[in-house]
Ligand binder design. Sequence first.
Ligand code: 4NP
Length: 158
Amino acid sequence: MIRILFVCLGNICRSPMAEFIMKDKVRRAGLENAFYIESAATSTEELGNPVYPPAQRKLQEHGISCAGKRARQMQRADYGRFDLLVGMDMENLRHMRQIAGGDPENKMRLLLEFTAHPRAVADPWYTRDFDAAWRDIEAGCEGLLRALGRIDKNQGNP
Ligand code: 4NP
């Protein structure tokens, strides 16, 4: 069982998109029993709120539901509960380290590290471009799934 927590600032746009895109990929690959996936915020800004409607619509366009998801904040205990904690930008990673009190087990990653273009996910909160966010997050999740397939065989770190 691989446990993954996706993290962004508000947990209403980027990290829930990653959560539900990754769940969809895992289901399509027949690997539901091998994964546990959640998402969380670094801030308290949007706690309890549903996924932002334009992000919901983008997921729905691709046949993916995020019904029932409510924003929650990452807790220090999440560091022990998850094998990988995946941020969307470098600020997320900085806040994640603050919340967890560091990253002694080297479990924290930037989502687009799993692509040929490691950089921050295009942030739709500022760009309003949910297509660009979709493309980045989809590519990151695809790369992550492939990386995890490789570590299953090699027993290494992703
Ligand atoms: P997210 O987007 O981090 O991708 O969920 C944001 C949501 C809310 C805010 C910023 C970004 N905010 O400032 O409230």
